[in-house]
Structures are given as C-alpha cells and as structure tokens.
Write a protein that binds this ligand. Structure first.
Ligand SMILES: Nc1ncnc2c1ncn2[C@@H]1O[C@H](COP(=O)(O)OP(=O)(O)OP(=O)(O)O)[C@@H](O)[C@H]1O
Ligand SMILES: [Mg+2]
Length: 252
C-alpha cells in the first residue's frame, strides 16, 4: 500500500527547478530515504509535500486523496508531521513543555473548562503529560524533561524536535537530516527510534547524508540529482550504482 504518491511534481524557484517531474510512491509502514548531493532538491521535496512551499505543477496524493493545494496546517491535520533541517524549538520553555505545546491540537476541552479547571480538563492534562513523557523516553530525553533545551547538545535538541513531531501522532513522518551533528551515541538513539516507529506502523521519510544510517534503517532509497530521481532501490543496490557514484563524485 502506498501512503503517499506524487505525479510529475515540479517545484521551481525563479529559474531554479528544485524538483523536476517527480513521480514516486512512499510505501506505508516503511522507511524511505532520500539521498543526493547538496542542492539536489531533498528538502524542497519535503517542503512541497508538507505545504511549506506551493507546488509549481503536478499532483500529490496522501492515502489516495489529492493534497497538492493543501496548506501546511491542513496537511498536519491529516497526520503528516515533519522536522526541519534547521532546528526549531522554544528555548524559553522546558523540554516537556515543548512537546506539550506541539500536542495542543489534541486538547479537546473548551476555554470554559480550562478557566474553571474542570475535572475533564485536569484529566486531559494528565494524559497529555503522560504521553509527552513517553515520547521523551522514546527519544532518550525523559531525564531532561524539566530542563531548558537552550544550550543542550545539538543532538539532544534534534531528538526533542523529533519528539515534538511525534506528539502530533502522525501516520507519516518526514525527518530532514535527523542525524546531522550528532555524536555516535545520539545517532544510535535515533537509529533505534526509527525501528521502533516502523514497528508501530508509522511511515518515515528520511533525508540524510550519513550513509551508515541509511544502510541500517532504510527499506527503500530514492537518489536525487539536480531535482530529478536518478536511481531508486534498496541501499545495497544503490551504493554500487555507477550513476549514483558519478553524481556524488561529480566526475565525468
Ligand atoms: N526558498 C527557496 N528559494 C529559492 N531557491 C531555493 C529555495 N529553497 C531551495 N532552493 C533551491 O533549490 C535547490 C534545491 O535545494 P534543497 O534545499 O531542496 O536541496 P537539498 O537537497 O535539501 O540540499 P542539502 O543537502 O544541502 O540540504 C537549490 O538550488 C536551492 O538553492
Ligand atoms: Mg536539505
């Protein structure tokens, strides 16, 4: 089953065609990786699918529903979450508050019950907190729940960003370079997390430059170069593909 499908998806920025005629599918419950040299259009692909940038032409389908014209808030309500290549956190809030804020769309109580601190509201708050702690545990941050993310190691901040994306309980999760700047230990946490998410049936799309990471977790790989797919398949095949090697080495 395909959870996401694009048909001739094209994105131009002025004269630059960042994604050109991408027709591809993302299989449900799998980990799909996008690799390719700098500027090959990986982040743009995520930005267009998640409604950050409007599509120039072509179509995008999520669970067979056309979402090409959806805005980012509509997309996230469908169950599509993402992290950003440049980390976005609230440094003035604690680690757990960062997750709770991301979960705020799950609060069902109206303003009246919040003001009067009703039993229903308190119960909901308790459940949200429990869920947030569970997510922090999953990304290895439970013991730092009440600390500030400000000044925390880069890798840990990235883990928190992932917990925030997971707080939306997505069906489809996009991670833009989750292992960038991580230490070996932090890297291992993210790698294990990927596998746990797959066990839970969450579909993950991963953009990453760390080949060991891709090799360890990806079920399927798309290789982009100048906005186009130049190869696709399991990593073992991709890594030997002369077309891919040439794109990376930039040789004739
Ligand atoms: N908002 C934008 N405005 C103008 N050009 C953009 C914008 N975003 C991306 N581009 C251009 O689109 C092309 C693809 O960029 P993109 O960020 O998608 O690449 P990438 O594969 O994610 O690269 P990296 O590995 O360096 O993150 C580049 O030429 C880039 O300069
Ligand atoms: Mg990028």
């Amino acid at each position: 089953m395909d959870i996401l499908k694009t048909k001739n998806m094209t994105k131009s920025f002025g004269g630059v065609v960042a994604n050109k005629d991408l027709s591809l599918t993302i299989e449900e419950g799998k980990i799909t990786a996008f690799i390719g040299p700098n500027g090959s259009g990986k982040t743009t692909f995520i930005n267009v699918v998640t409604g950050v940038h409007p599509i120039t032409s072509g179509e995008i389908f999520f669970q067979d529903k056309e979402i090409s014209k959806y805005e980012s808030n509509q997309i996230s309500r469908l169950g599509i979450a993402r992290t950003f290549q440049k980390i976005r956190l609230f440094d003035n809030l604690s680690v757990i508050e960062n997750v709770l804020v991301a979960r705020k769309s799950f609060y069902k109580s109206g303003p009246i019950s919040v003001v009067f601190n009703t039993k229903k509201f308190r119960e909901e708050e308790r459940q949200n907190k429990e869920k947030a702690l569970e997510l922090l545990d999953l990304v290895g941050l439970k013991d730092k729940a009440y600390e500030s993310p400000k000044g925390m190691a880069y890798g840990l901040r990235r883990c928190l960003e992932i917990a925030r994306a997971l707080a939306l309980e997505p069906k489809l999760l996009f991670l833009d370079e989750p292992a960038a700047g991580m230490t070996r230990d932090e890297f291992k946490v993210i790698m294990d997390l990927m596998l746990v998410l797959r066990e839970r049936g969450i579909t993950t799309v991963l953009v990453e430059h760390t080949m060991d990471f891709i090799k360890a977790v990806a079920d399927w790989v798309y290789v982009l170069n100048f906005g186009e797919i130049i190869a696709k398949g399991p990593f073992d095949e991709i890594e030997k593909d002369p077309v891919v090697l040439k794109a990376y080495l930039g040789e004739e």
